[in-house]
Design a protein around this ligand. Structure first.
Ligand code: TPP
Length: 760
């Protein structure tokens, strides 16, 4: 504890409790009023600190770091507009449910609202975009006030991490400080006998009082008591995470709904899922027999996930013919507009039930029939799967569905194949065909065809896109993602920008589950060996849905080989803070690996513990992080590159420069070129090469696909940040996309005769 003066002591207690509450990293922006907090965190032996001159960049850096590590990050800034510059990142964190603890410094009350410098109204500055606000007030070193401060930090962190009634998100604590702000020794400001008179206030919760497991991360799945990252002291207060057991009544209602809806889908939109979710949702898809549609930013897409729905739902015939009865959604509404339009198209013709699993808040922009289930997604999947499996009547029905489960990699079962004959020989569940009603039989037939339709559409779409892309020599933006999917090592992390990059990634980024030797990990030799074995056939076979055990012990059995993780700022869909967010993720990668982020420079002061996290992967080397970004988003956050210069952070930036906002060419405003170009596309004609050089980035102009591959792969092992710029023609990109969508639509139309009407 820093006992120099009242402010120093107060702030060092804040730093200590932040650490104990699980905060490991603090982004600090310079300013006088926040001096006590900045020094306390900087000097704390466990907290990792990084400094950003620009608060907007600093806050987005913290956001990217929190997203990547799934751990709580603190932000510190001075008073006035400094605090306002945190706002965009706070809004993003609010909507994306990212845990941030925002510590703003303020003048004491007597210097507010009286013309004192750099003083604005900071009370509830972020409005309803924080989960919690507290005006901390001036330091007061009475035991009672100190115990309150410890308690406050613990509660604020619990709220930020989503352990209370609301989802995870940002919290705001406004600290008042009177002079002196630096740690100037002032006799008698810190009571000498505090350690004796109020032991709790002085040292907080002792280890001996540790009767509660330390679980202050967003999710603790996969952690164990012998995790070396576990901290030994404890937060002053402990909050038990919400228990999200579904009641038997809810399970029965959900089960009945599923049993009566043959035409269901499970959708994972933009989502930061808890560990184990992918396996659990796949199991639910298998047992319900519903196709699993997944956005790349929500679920790592492998052969059990349909990823091309954005494209094939552009087919009017497909959309018309295949109308869902039931949707089970996790995460935000998918980015794909075609998906939303498909639902809206059918809302009035038949009542589509949407089960939306999350925090119970309204996140259905279609305003259809919603059943909002406030539940932890992982336990929802597990409980519902267990329930369905245990229900004898339901099991009979669903085992028939499941046995006809097919993926494009397999022969699709013939629609005329009888349910009984399609059962796996190993299926030892007793099914009495006589127990299935005529209605159920009809549902089975429908569901089998329903599933097939989606998998066939997926297969056709992938093939049609591949055919279109193959001959393209020009640097078409969509092909960037197709190329990366072919040879990018799987254990990279992609941070993808808003606008067309996230949409193109969804449409064109496909990774092969069956890895080619060149797609091995570059950063983990052990893992590369494992992947080699996988490539040589020693690969766990795809789980046979009909034989999938339902035991939760087995939930990782169908966990795919780790695929590339995709992160995006989709809370508020901004194009701001993109570079900083990716740099935050890159720093997080180096922290998790316990290595210096840059090329040898001591990034942060020496700390004796690595960052605490629940990231499931154990990278001994930093996981390469790649940002894929449009030129306007890139321009918007050029300031963020300062962190590269200061800290030599490792990041590969793929800059898709079409000289403006290409997305507007997709919108109706494009029909008015005389206003679209100057008001929306906003070409800038910037030469980025000298600009990025100022920040110490390497710039490479990409001219061909072969060079693209060489430079990306080289960049992944290089220190520092490389900007690989691909210049393309905006209008041509648009036309090429249209041509591809047309090809897909025609291929879908060719394949599906649309002469049956079972889908209606
Ligand atoms: C902070 C913010 N300002 C404005 C917008 C509106 N907007 C959405 S996309 C876009 C253009 C993005 O252009 P670019 O990053 O070059 O990507 P492209 O559209 O070319 O793929 C704009 C200005 C936004 N989403 N966020």
């Amino acid at each position: 504890m820093n006992t120099a003066n009242r402010n120093s002591f107060w702030a060092s207690l804040v730093a200590a409790e932040l650490d104990r509450a699980g905060v490991s990293a603090v982004c600090i922006s310079p300013g006088s009023r926040s001096t006590p907090l900045a020094i306390a965190c900087y000097q704390h032996p466990h907290l990792q600190t990084i400094v950003h001159i620009d608060e907007r960049s600093g806050s987005f850096f913290g956001l990217g770091l929190a997203k990547y590590t799934r751990a709580t990050v603190a932000l510190i800034c001075t008073s006035g507009t400094a605090a306002a510059n945190f706002y965009p990142a706070i809004i993003e964190a609010f909507y994306a449910q990212v845990p941030l603890i925002v510590l703003t410094a303020d003048r004491p009350p007597e210097l507010r609202d009286c013309g004192a410098g750099q003083t604005i109204d900071q009370i509830k500055l972020y409005g309803d975009h924080v989960r919690y606000f507290f005006e901390v007030g001036l330091p007061d070193l009475s035991g009672f006030k100190l115990r309150h401060l410890r308690s406050l930090i613990g509660h604020a962190t619990a709220i930020a991490t989503g352990k209370t009634a609301s989802a995870a998100g940002p919290v705001h604590l406004n600290f008042a400080f009177a002079d002196p702000l630096p740690p100037i020794e002032i006799a008698d400001q810190v009571p000498a006998n505090l350690a004796q008179t109020d032991r709790l206030a002085w040292q907080g919760r002792e280890l001996t009082v540790n009767s509660w497991p330390r679980t202050n991360q967003l999710s603790t799945a996969g952690q164990s008591d012998n995790n070396p990252n576990y901290k030994t002291e404890l937060s002053y207060i402990q909050v038990a995470a919400p228990q999200s057991q579904l009641s038997q009544v809810t399970l029965a209602q959900l089960g009945n709904l599923i049993a009566t809806c043959a035409k269901g889908i499970i959708v994972v939109g933009v989502y930061d899922p808890p560990a184990g979710f992918a396996a659990a949702v796949k199991k639910l898809a298998q047992i319900t027999g519903y196709p699993l549609l997944g956005e790349a930013t929500g679920i790592m897409r492998d052969r059990q996930v349909i990823g091309s729905y954005d494209v094939f739902l552009r087919s009017p015939q497909f959309c018309q013919t295949y109308a869902p009865e039931l949707v089970i959604r996790f995460g935000a509404m998918p980015t794909a507009k075609s998906y939303r339009l498909w639902l809206e198209q059918h809302l009035n013709s038949q009542p589509i039930q949407q089960i939306i699993v999350g925090d119970g808040s309204n996140n259905d922009p279609t305003h259809g029939l919603g059943i909002f289930v406030h539940a932890d997604a992982l336990s929802f999947c597990e409980q519902l799967s267990d329930y369905l499996a245990q229900n004898e009547q339901y099991l009979n029905l669903k085992s028939q569905y499941s046995s006809d489960y097919a993926t494009p990699q397999e022969e699709l079962p013939s629609p005329t194949r009888s349910p009984q004959s399609s059962r796996s020989a190993a299926d030892n569940r007793s099914i009495d065909p006589g127990s299935i009603s005529d209605q159920s039989r009809s549902n089975i037939a429908k569901q089998t065809q329903w599933q097939q339709a989606f998998w066939q559409a997926e297969k056709i779409t992938i093939a049609a896109i591949a055919k279109c892309l193959a001959p393209i020599e020009s640097l078409f933006e969509g092909k960037v993602f197709d190329q990366l999917g072919k040879w990018l090592p799987i254990d990279c992390c992609i941070y993808v920008a808003s606008s067309m990059p996230i949409r193109d990634l969804d449409s064109f980024f496909r990774q092969k589950e069956q890895l080619s030797p060149e797609s091995q990990s570059i950063s983990d030799p052990e893992r590369a060996d494992r992947l080699n074995q996988i490539n040589q056939g020693d690969r766990p076979s795809r789980v046979d849905p009909a034989n999938t055990p339902i035991s939760s012990d087995d939930k990782l059995a169908s966990e795919p080989v780790a695929m590339t993780r995709v992160i995006a700022n989709r809370g508020a869909n901004g194009i701001d803070g993109t570079i900083s967010s990716a740099l935050g993720a890159a720093w997080g990668s180096s922290l998790l690996s316990g290595q210096s982020a840059g090329n040898g420079q001591n990034l942060v002061q020496s700390k004796d513990r690595p960052i605490e996290n629940n990231y499931s992967s154990n990278h001994r080397n930093p996981q390469p992080v790649i940002l894929i970004c449009g030129d306007l988003a890139f321009y918007h956050d050029l300031n963020g590159l300062m962190a590269v210069k200061q800290y030599q952070l490792n990041l590969t930036i793929i800059l898709l420069n079409n000289n403006g906002g290409g997305i507007f060419d997709m919108l109706p405003i494009a029909q008015f070129p005389e206003v679209c170009e100057p008001l929306f596309n906003t070409p800038h004609d910037l030469d980025f090469a000298p600009i990025v050089a100022v920040y110490g980035c390497e710039h490479v102009a990409i001219e061909s696909w072969a060079q693209f591959k060489t430079e990306v792969l080289a960049s992944l092992t290089k220190p520092g940040t490389q900007v690989l710029e691909l210049k393309s023609n905006r209008q041509q990109n648009h036309q090429t996309r249209q041509q591809i969508w047309q090809e897909v639509k025609e291929a879908i139309a060719d394949h599906f005769s649309f002469n049956n009407n079972f889908g209606r």
